[in-house]
Design a binder for this molecule. Structure first.
Ligand code: FAD
Length: 356
């Protein structure tokens, strides 16, 4: 017999966004549970490549309530430091995590939302979805991709340059992941870095702090009906954290334009010449992991669910947290998720009060 548990709010996902939601729900005295598919704390940070560095210092990478401590000897903390911080965060605030519990579907059930999982189901008056993007890697449709006999992997599968020592490796992608992984591989492999347009490095003194301020200013301008400031995109794409900065200044991060297709043994450039390769690493981004919300039929253009702030426009009992700027400025960052999490928790508290 499958059990049904009852609570006021179900939070789906126990990464940083789910924990920030939990912090604010607890402060408001609501009854809630956080369901997380991972066996351990830390969300996507548990799966990052070994050398990944945050693009902001610890003090600018904090969730509400508890500042991230400095990592000894590092200005830009690594992913294991973030996992330690999130682990401590959920313990400190005694957040009600259930692991591993994977939500398969959220359904309307009269005045309640019914949350179906691989270990029982929950009924709640509101749901916060905070499932991130790491679980839906995006691969572009490039001709010949399935013909290539070498190794192909996405950012999510990359771990260490030692796995590619001495090999001809093509890294595709001009964002922070592409630049960091290219810098990682530049010394031990024969690297070719490919970007759709010339890579845009931010000035060396600009890091995630400025990106956060810029995203916030853009949101404010749009909310006030002022001209679009361009936000983060107007500044550039790549934060020159020390390993990226060093590889670039050593002349090892020269980008080539995108190849036109893959073949069995390599890639073909626009001028028709072929280059052999052992591996292609696709640092080509992510899409929001929203399949568990499919039963609610809320999807709008570009695969997003239309939101007003964090609230789903067509389902006021559902909030979306993290994912990208469409759920709040910089809400897919450690420092940025606090405010939308607070707003979501407050709106839910008001909704429950109004319903009585
Ligand atoms: P996640 O960390 O992905 O957590 C979501 C959780 O939900 C996971 O535990 C997952 O298992 C669970 N889940 C998913 N589906 C289900 C389901 N159906 N049922 C139950 N549980 C489910 N941000 C910064 O602030 N600074 C940085 O320097 C930075 N660097 C980044 C570098 C990379 C390469 C990437 C990809 C992102 C980076 N980010 C950075 C952005 C952001 O902080 C991370 O993506 C972060 O992991 C997002 O947190 P989240 O809680 O939204 O999602």
């Amino acid at each position: 017999m499958t059990s049904i548990e009852h609570t006021q709010v179900v939070v789906i996902g126990g990464g940083q966004a789910g924990l920030a939601a939990g912090y604010h729900l607890r402060r408001l005295g609501l009854d809630f549970v956080i369901l997380d598919a991972q066996a351990e704390p830390g969300g996507a940070w548990q799966h990052a490549w070994n050398s990944l560095r945050l693009f902001s210092p610890a003090a600018y990478s904090s969730l509400p309530g508890r500042p991230m401590p400095v990592q000894t000897g590092e200005t830009y903390p690594d992913a294991s430091h973030v996992v330690g911080y999130l682990t401590e965060f959920e313990r400190r605030y005694e957040l009600p995590l259930r692991r591993p519990v994977r939500v398969s579907g959220v359904h309307r059930d009269g005045r309640l939302l019914h949350v179906e999982t691989d270990s029982g189901s929950w009924q709640a008056r509101a749901v916060i979805s905070a499932t991130g993007t790491w679980w839906r890697p995006f691969l572009p449709a490039v001709p010949g991709r399935s013909d290539f006999r070498g190794r192909q992997l996405h950012t999510v599968e990359y771990r260490s340059p030692h796995d590619f020592a001495g090999q001809k490796v093509i890294v595709v992608g001009g964002g922070n992941s592409g630049a960091q992984i290219a810098a990682d591989l530049a010394y031990e492999s024969e690297l070719t870095w490919v970007t759709q347009r010339p890579p845009r490095f931010l000035a060396d003194d600009i890091d995630g702090r400025v990106l956060f301020d810029s995203a916030t200013a853009r949101r404010r301008a749009l909310d006030e009906g002022s001209a679009d400031t361009g936000g983060v995109a107007s500044l550039g794409d790549i934060v020159a954290i020390p390993p990226v900065h060093d590889a670039r200044d050593a002349g090892l991060l020269k980008a080539s334009p995108m190849f036109v297709r893959l073949e069995r043994d390599g890639v073909v450039w626009a001028d028709g010449t072929m280059m052999s390769a052992d591996a292609v690493i696709w640092c080509t981004g992510f899409r929001p992991a929203l399949s568990h919300l499919a039963p609610l039929c809320l999807r709008g253009p570009r695969g997003h669910i239309p939101t007003a702030g964090t609230r789903a426009v067509a389902e006021p009992r559902l909030h979306l947290l993290g994912y990208g700027d469409w759920t709040g400025p910089a809400s897919a960052t450690l420092i940025g998720v606090g405010r939308p999490a607070r707003d979501a928790a407050r709106e839910i508290a008001e909704l429950l009060r109004a319903e009585g």
